[in-house]
Write a protein that binds this ligand. Sequence first.
Ligand code: PXG
Ligand code: PLP
Length: 443
Amino acid sequence: MTATTKISRPNDLSAFWMPFTANRQFKQTPRMLVSADGMYYKTDDNRDILDGTAGLWCCNAGHKRPKIVEAVKAQMDELDYAPAFQMGHPKAFELASRLAQLMPGDLNHVFYTNSGSESVETALKIALAYHRARGDGQRTRLIGRERGYHGVNFGGISVGGISGNRKTFGQMLGGVDHIRHTYLPEENGVTRGMPEHGAFLADDLERICALHDPSTIAAVIVEPVAGSTGVLIPPKGYLERLREICTKHGILLIFDEVITGFGRLGAPFAVDYFGVQPDLVTTAKGLTNGTIPMGAVFATDAIHDTFMTGPENMIELFHGYTYSGNPVACAAGLATLETYEEEGLYEKGKELGQYWEDAVHSLIDLPRVKDIRNLGLIGAIELEGIDGFPTKRAFSAFLKAFEKGILIRTTGDIIALSPPLIIEKSHIDQLFGTLREVLKEID
Ligand code: PXG
Ligand code: PLP
């Protein structure tokens, strides 16, 4: 056998370098999902696992949805791929029009990407190029927020506020600063829905403006509800205040709706839910129900039209991806939107919101539960960490939960829940009944 010959064994787990995973630990005791239907995954040892997280916050209509499956199959038969640069295909335009209709206000233009991370890079670049196109090219600073997650590419980790995602990668983008996060456990502990206190946290943007001179700031990017770092719900009045300050200083406001988009809060977007209008919105995940990778950035008429000047034969924005508007992804997106609409899934967070909230908060009597938060169909249970071993307690809960047939997600010592929006009361009972057992049994 030559040195370059490779043996392919179906059960050899070494070649796949898994993302955001403790690879060595996982490969000693793998957790394998082999199929999925509706609210449930199936494991390779034939157990049903209730999906408490919609995959990774993305399968908002649940799994193996017939319309989406059919649309993808049919699209593969008809047009598998079409170049995205200087060429088009009908479904890319149809999906963009539907998305623009769904999104409130004048966020009427859609730029396609393949993930949330790419949506973030795209939005940041559009913001910078927009100011330059207006002759305001000194606006180059980008402002994020502590505990923000904006994906894993260089722009996203720079404006992001998670030290673990930044510290091993050397240099970040220059000219970036961060406002304070919105978590005030002293004032807002164990809150149902939006916390009362903390609108003043938005004034931290004024501090950053004073420090750098607002005329150097291009954009502020925030998640309307911070998801990845443990579900931080914005205090009442906070997003409105952020909008006011941005408008006052000519700064673009970007909402990163990769998690909140497509029904998570009980409205199509956080823009609808909070009634605050940003200038750019980033989405991905639920856009195709997680099936085919796709993201979309929404821009206002004012931003889009600023680029549509100059000679008509010139490319207006030097940006795009090989798979921007991929036909199979577009087919999946169209079928996904139809599924959401037909099944009333945008309203589910409202309809089931109270039942969900009561279920999440029912765990407050358990030992080691430190805080509980919820909004729409999102819930978070924050545990006391084990001294000297952060993340260990929540990860034990995750493993025990999987053993007992529910999929939960943990970040630090916080359990985050975000089920498919097709969830029914009986599933909510199963999810929290099992979680109660889990939290009683772990150390
Ligand atoms: N912005 C936000 C607000 C996100 O939540 C991204 C950007 C990046 O999207 P992509 O598609 O590049 O992963 C995200 C992704 C978790 C978890 O468990 C959250 C995400 C991804 C994976 C896990 O909290 N959010
Ligand atoms: N790297 C090389 C060498 C390429 O040719 C391309 C695209 O043509 C890329 C990276 C970017 O790939 P994508 O468009 O899929 O983001």
